[in-house]
Design a protein around this ligand. Structure first.
Ligand code: ZN
Length: 495
């Protein structure tokens, strides 16, 4: 590395450190913060965001990039320069006051959202959400390239290279076959087996830890806590996950934990040399979600995994009301019209995402007012799913994202599902014994395959190129659709 590279790296590491501090504040808010700490936490989050913004907007940063470029940067330095220029442009396009105001307002809005959801009252949240939307619209307007859709500026934050237009095209390709598959399954009216028994929280938590062990989560570089919203946060040597436990039903915890482990194994598996600078960081939210979805769905909801999980569940809970692994496989893949995105099966999930994408795009464009959001949500839900949510807690208030200002984030879930289907196809072609290993609880081979192809490559390539190099072909939504139709066609006896 050149001296100029090192000076730039030093600046970028300070940015990364502050991002992790913000992440720790968020984790603490979700898991441990006392209720009365909310107001001062908002101030703390605002102060960290302002410091972060100052580092990104620092005029010195542009000079550091120029110097590093002139010195002939390494491959890694080239990625860092590009990312530093992107951060700097973004930070200088929005003013510091707006950045700090956004951080304060979203920290408050998150607490208001939580209380409003508990009370199932949209009107309690609407004023706070209106403030967040107004700030995000201001941010998008300041950030957008001249003439571009302002939504693109928000989406680009989470998935570099994707736009509202390319996302719409992808969703248009997925939608008809998903809607048809969901309708054909609903017509069959075939009930799925359900677990029945006693599922105490302590035994569920122990099972979540056991999942961490078998999937190769490094407990010296992470921890597991309970939270309302399962999540993964942090990087490399400190990657924390949370899960939630419902004593009436243990599979929610099992699949939430596996999902978050997928995220966490990516962060723990980054190249230690570069993980704390942009070059070595995770490629995008879509690629991140491909790691969690691959573990949760393609591996976790497989017949082979049910063979491993069934005796584990019996050992943890005794009688569970199922006849064996095949029954568990069917229970884990029950397709049912539900209201909650995070509980949705693979067939319904992407339809939930499309609903949110269209609504948030309309909010950002100014075509939909927050006051009309509840009605718009219910109308669209009825059109897509054939039912209306019984209350706002199971409808428009179910997700934390909008309260945190994460507009442009939802589509990355579907990008992840598309990438995961491609990775699964390539993984199985390369590792013909994968199912046999999964059935005996050995997940090392899958992780060993992902490490050099995804985890340790950082941001060497744009997201879809990264997936294409890992799998040998450009990502295509047909791979996901073919896999879903084959799996659920067999499960539900569709012609
Ligand atoms: Zn996720």
């Amino acid at each position: 590395m050149t001296t100029a590279d090192l000076a730039l790296t030093d600046h970028l590491r300070r940015i990364s450190a502050l991002e992790r501090v913000a992440g720790l504040l968020g984790w603490n808010q979700e898991t441990q913060m006392p209720r009365r700490g909310a107001a001062q936490r908002a101030e703390e989050a605002g102060a960290v965001a302002a410091a972060l913004h100052a580092l990104e907007a620092d005029p010195k940063l542009a000079g550091l990039c120029d110097a590093a470029e002139a010195a002939g940067p390494s491959a890694r330095g080239t990625i860092d320069i590009a990312e530093a220029r992107r951060l700097h442009a973004r930070a200088t396009r929005i003013d510091g006051a707006l950045a700090a105001e956004l951080a304060r307002t979203t920290a408050e809005a998150q607490n208001i959202w939580e209380a409003a959801r508990a009370a199932a009252r949209f009107e309690d949240f609407a004023p706070a959400l209106a403030r967040v939307v107004a700030l995000k619209r201001a941010e998008a307007a300041q950030r957008a390239e001249p003439g571009a859709d302002p939504y693109d500026a928000l989406l680009d934050e989470h998935e570099p290279g994707m736009t509202a237009e390319s996302t719409s095209a992808l969703f248009a390709a997925l939608r008809p076959r998903l809607v048809s598959l969901r309708a054909r399954i609903a017509e069959r009216g075939q009930p799925a087996p359900r677990l029945a028994g006693s599922f105490p929280a302590a035994a569920q938590l122990a099972l979540a830890r056991r999942l961490g062990d078998v999937f190769g989560y490094d407990w010296d570089a992470g921890r597991l806590d309970l939270a309302a919203h399962p999540s993964s946060s942090g990087r490399l040597g400190d990657v924390r996950i949370t899960t939630r436990i419902d004593e009436a039903e243990p599979l929610g915890n099992v699949f939430a934990t596996i999902h978050e482990l997928g995220h966490a194994l990516y962060e723990q598996g980054l190249d230690p040399e570069t993980a704390l600078t942009p070059a070595g960081a995770s490629a995008s939210m879509g690629v991140h979600e491909s790691q969690s979805r691959l573990l949760e769905n393609q591996i976790g909801r497989s017949r082979a995994f049910a063979e491993w999980l069934y005796p584990e569940l019996r050992a943890a809970f005794g009688e569970i009301g199922l006849d064996g692994p095949e029954d568990l496989y069917r229970a884990a893949n029950a397709v049912a019209t539900g209201f909650i995105r995070t509980d949705a099966d693979e067939v319904h999930y992407n339809l939930h995402v499309m609903l949110r994408f269209d609504l948030e795009r309309a909010l950002v464009a100014g075509d939909l007012a927050v006051a009309d959001l509840e009605a718009a949500w219910n109308a669209r839900f009825a059109a897509d799913f054939g039912v209306t949510p019984p209350d706002v807690a199971q409808g428009v208030l179910q997700d934390v994202h909008w309260s945190t200002g994460a507009f442009g984030y939802f589509p990355t879930y579907t990008f992840g599902n598309v990438f995961a289907a491609e990775l699964d196809a390539a993984l199985r072609a390369d590792l013909p014994d994968l199912d046999a290993e999964v059935a005996r609880g050995a997940f090392g081979a899958a992780l060993g395959w992902l490490g050099p192809r995804i985890h340790r490559r950082g941001r060497a390539l744009a997201p879809s190129r990264l997936i294409a190099e890992a799998t040998g072909r450009a990502p295509d939504p047909a791979t996901l659709l073919d896999a879903l139709e084959a799996k659920y066609g067999a499960l539900y006896g569709l012609a």
